[in-house]
Design a protein around this ligand. Structure first.
Ligand code: ATP
Ligand code: ZN
Length: 829
């Protein structure tokens, strides 16, 4: 009972509990025909339908009949209209069968009592895996089934029902529409046409079309109004104009040189080994997970590209996930320069229209490679043959709202289901991935690792210098830049090279502090210390977004909100200040480019800043975490970290892992070309295992220390960790509710315990689940809501959903009180 893996589950992964079975005492899951309706109907086809009401209690599918009129058009994934209770509601078909009893949980239903589907609202537009994956996710992450299914729906918002005056229902028109464009091409007859000598415009047009059709929009843009020439030649029958669907979202062209790399002539040994492993999985049709553990700059992208080439040749498709932050023109450019128009892209900066078009490109089969952030997993790729997750360790693969899935785990499930490999790549793999490859398997799936310890060609990992800030301070230095960093920067300026300077602002944002009473202003609605934004002279709450205008000392109006003192001083250091300090020490020919949340607000700002850095002859790129990863600029010879310590000191069991990942990744931006690189890390903690590991490029110094700590304290990857958060406006009521809930969860675990021997080891979460808490959250109050949580630690592979779901339905919802369940939680604040 403790370990239940995927294989033991039915196709739908739904447990035979929680009302799914139609055994005595539980409601059979069908909509029973009203007594007045025609009785005894039987249908050529039956459908399992998930009702679109996001409540845990309504998670399981219901059986409906499909009348002959719809039988040909209905599909798994179709959106249908059904009656439910006294209402008409929308639902998603998740299974079809001519035999009612073969549908999930419909074994004991009486066919004559099944109600018909009332209308077919929209055809299926989902990937083949959508039903199985949704059922699995719903159970794995304690989320409503309809919420999981919605992930697979086309963009443009959740479909809504509209009731017309005549009483019929249809889906509300989405706000975004497809658009068409006009494309000009040379006709077969026009192939030999020679324009008259003086017809300059005609020659331009023929030349523009010589490589294939071009849209009128592009022609007009390139040659300022071609329309009359197009008309003339079209009348002569030399060119023709056709209307076709326009695919918005392809115009991500960039001048970045690194975005257009040709395939290398020879692959490194590591790259070849990685490809061998992937090819053998592809050939055998095994759903294995392959971790490419390759140092920064070892050429992981090239491995993905070659593997995808193979998959495309087999007539299959591929999905590549990259962290949102590195979905830059550079990454996208690399895939587009290899696979051209076969690539669709999904990221959060797309407009609604672009998103729709990219989706339809995939659905129509025009795109066969998808590059995107975590939600790209759910786009309608057919014949999926490979999933790649780059920078596997990144936290952005975990979704922060329900369903709180982790893309790595969903992808692993998909790979297993579809019998194709999942490739994970990282220079700093997560503790979870390392534990699984060490075990060789996870939940019955094979996990293997391929190491790529070297960079291609002559490039080597950079030399790392640890600059001890305690000594700098003792020697009287008060500058942001220690001696080694200062010297490095000056050298870069002299040699006309490039540098990257990381100013890690996580937990290090500027704030105001009252020098007299010591108070740090906090938000009125949250227990969050406010962050000071210099540009706007405002204190901002990063929890709720509230803004307070305030002037720090020595401005005339400055006053501490607590004691009224005017000595409200600015503390901490912003990226802006690092930029200013840099300008003071660098010669005028050095371009200084700052990249942070403020400077990248515009749609293309991020791309433009990187292009400027690329084009510059000698430059320093200074920025927050967003510059630390993925960037590939061979001219960068120096990387500096202003202060490494803030990352290390966060109150989180993953703080060390994240700090290591950040420092190793940013260090990896140096020396990727022919010239050697150097890294200077400024720190007050030179002996910390993380710092020592980065200094020597030896991960084991840090992992040995980190894993031992986690094992002792029962943290992932040794246990599963679920965070149950309850919040509400009334502190006492919220507290009462979470106490009841925690007690009920404990009770559910007790009753599941049965006679299993392993369970008697009380207090050891690697053997049986335990509940810790409830306690107030670190962030006690947010947006005027009081927050409490408890944590469930359970054995790896154990599903907490039965117990938690059971407890939730036992207690029932309470107005004004919200609950969220986060399985495999990352954020415990
Ligand atoms: N076999 C090869 N021969 C020569 N150059 C190569 C080869 N493979 C990759 N490269 C080049 O090496 C550089 C680094 O490759 P890439 O960006 O894929 O590394 P990476 O492993 O993804 O690094 P990171 O983890 O730091 O992002 C790129 O400029 C790439 O074009
Ligand atoms: Zn707030």
């Amino acid at each position: 009972m403790v370990h239940r893996d995927v294989e033991q589950m039915s196709l739908f992964g739904a447990p035979a509990t929680a009302g799914v079975s139609s055994s005595a005492g539980k409601t059979p899951l069908t909509e029973i025909q009203a007594p007045t309706g025609p009785a005894g109907t039987s249908y050529p086809l039956y459908a399992s339908v998930v009702i679109d009401i996001p409540s845990r209690a309504l998670s399981d599918p219901f059986a409906y009949g499909v009348e002959a009129a719809y039988a040909d058009d209905i599909d798994e994934g179709s959106v249908v209209l059904v009656s439910f209770g006294r209402r008409m509601v929308m639902g998603y078909v998740v299974a079809l069968s001519p035999i009612l009893s073969e549908l999930p949980a419909a074994a004991d239903l009486d066919p004559s009592k099944v109600k018909p589907i009332r209308d077919l609202l929209a055809p299926s537009s989902c990937s083949e895996l959508f039903a199985s994956v949704s059922f699995w996710m719903s159970r794995e992450y304690v989320a409503a089934l309809s919420e999981c299914l919605r992930l697979f729906l086309p963009p443009g918002g959740t479909p809504r029902l509209d009731k017309a005056d005549d009483g019929t229902y249809r889906l509300k028109e989405p706000a975004v529409h497809a658009v068409s464009e006009r494309v000009v091409s040379i006709t077969p007859e026009g192939a030999d046409y020679a324009p008259p000598a003086n017809a300059h415009r005609q020659r331009q047009l023929i030349e523009a079309l010589s490589c294939g059709p071009v849209s009128t929009r592009e022609l007009n843009l390139l040659y300022t109004d071609m329309s009359s020439t197009i008309r003339t030649l079209s009348k002569k029958g030399v060119v023709r104009v056709d209307e076709r669907r326009a695919w918005r979202g392809l115009g991500d062209e960039t001048t970045l040189s690194s975005a257009r790399v040709a395939a290398p002539k020879t692959l490194t040994d590591g790259q070849q080994r990685a490809l061998q492993e992937i090819y053998s999985c592809l050939q055998a049709g095994r759903g294995d997970v392959i971790l490419i553990d390759g140092v920064t700059g070892s050429g992981k992208t090239e491995v993905y590209l070659s593997a995808i080439e193979r998959v495309l040749k087999q007539g299959k498709t591929a999905c590549v996930l990259v962290p949102e932050i590195s979905l830059t023109a550079q990454t996208v450019g690399r895939f587009r320069s290899r696979f051209g128009g076969l690539v669709a892209v999904f990221h959060s900066r797309l407009s609604a229209g672009e998103r729709l078009d990219q989706w339809d490109m995939v659905k129509s089969g025009a795109a066969r490679v998808v590059v995107g952030a975590r939600s790209a997993l759910f786009c309608p790729l057919r014949d999926l043959g490979l999933i790649v997750i780059d920078e596997e360790h990144e936290q952005s693969y975990k979704q922060g709202s329900s369903p709180r899935y982790h893309a790595r785990d969903v992808a692993a499930f998909m790979a297993k289901l579809g019998g194709f490999p999942l490739v994970l790549g990282s220079a700093t793999p997560s503790a979870e991935a390392l534990a699984r490859v060490a075990a060789g398997e996870h939940l019955g799936q094979r996990w293997t690792r391929v190491e790529m310890p070297e960079r291609p060609g002559s490039s080597v990992l950079p030399r790392v210098v640890i600059s001890d800030l305690r000594r700098e301070f003792a020697a009287g230095s008060r500058s942001i830049f220690s001696k080694p960093l200062y010297d490095g920067l000056i050298r870069v300026a002299e040699r006309r090279e490039k540098a990257v300077l990381l100013h890690n602002r996580r937990g290090f944002a500027p704030f105001l502090l009252c020098r007299e009473c010591g108070c740090v202003p906090t938000c009125k609605h949250c227990s969050t210390s406010l962050t000071y934004h210099e540009r706007t002279h405002a204190l901002e709450c990063h929890t709720c977004g509230a803004v307070y205008h305030i002037n720090p000392y020595p401005a005339p109006g400055s006053a501490c909100p607590q004691c009224g003192s005017r000595y409200l001083a600015k503390m901490g250091l912003g990226t802006q200040q690092v930029e200013d300090a840099l300008r003071q020490i660098m010669p005028a020919h050095v371009d200084i480019i700052r990249m942070d949340a403020d400077s990248t607000k515009g749609k293309d700002a991020h791309k433009e800043l990187l292009e400027a850095f690329d084009a510059s002859e000698c430059a320093v790129l200074v920025g927050t975490q967003m510059i630390a990863k993925g960037l590939d600029f061979p001219e960068v010879t120096l990387v500096g970290v202003i202060n490494a310590d803030y990352a290390l000191k966060m109150p989180d069991f993953r703080a060390q892992e994240r700090a290591y990942d950040l420092l190793e990744q940013v260090a990896g931006r140096a020396g990727r070309g022919a010239s050697a690189g150097e890294v200077v890390i400024q720190t007050y903690l030179p002996h910390d295992p993380v710092i020592r590991a980065v200094a020597t490029h030896d991960r084991s110094i840090f992992t040995a220390h980190d894993l031992a700590q986690r094992q002792e304290a029962f943290y992932p990857p040794y246990v599963r960790l679920t965070n149950v958060l309850v919040w509400g406006t009334n502190q006492a009521a919220t507290k009462r509710y979470i106490d009841k809930l925690a007690a009920a969860v404990r009770q559910c675990f007790d009753s599941l315990r049965g006679t299993d021997q392993a369970w008697s080891l009380a207090g050891d979460p690697t053997a049986a689940p335990i509940v810790l808490g409830p306690t107030p959250c670190v962030l006690e109050r947010a947006k005027d809501r009081y927050r409490f949580h408890f944590v469930v630690k359970s054995p790896v592979g154990y599903h907490v959903s039965e117990a938690i779901d059971g407890a939730l339905s036992q207690i029932g919802p309470q107005p004004g009180i919200n609950v969220s369940v986060d399985v495999d939680a990352y954020d415990l604040m």
